[in-house]
Design a protein. Structure first.
Length: 85
């Protein structure tokens, strides 16, 4: 029983270490209209508007860049998480 508790505590410690690592990493996706940066913890770090000339293209750009940056962050998070266990 104590072995299981010890194992759970080790897993929790590893998870906390991974989270700290992911907080330090940033993923950016950008194009001519916007630049979006997301932390490895999936928090949006920055949104930069580069071009206001076309509202529809800007809206599409923001959506696509958020999705790309989040996807890259999720992939890295999975690699780090499953690589530890």
């Amino acid at each position: 029983m104590f072995d299981k508790m010890k194992e759970l505590l080790e897993l929790k410690k590893k998870a906390e270490e991974i989270k700290k690592e992911l907080e330090k990493i940033s993923f950016t996706s950008e194009d001519d209209y916007s630049s979006i940066s997301v932390k490895g913890t999936l928090e949006i770090e920055s949104v930069i508007i580069k071009n206001l000339d076309n509202k529809e293209k800007l809206e599409k750009s923001i959506k696509e860049n958020i999705n790309k940056a989040m996807k890259n962050a999720q992939i890295e998070s999975a690699k780090r998480t499953f690589g530890q266990f």
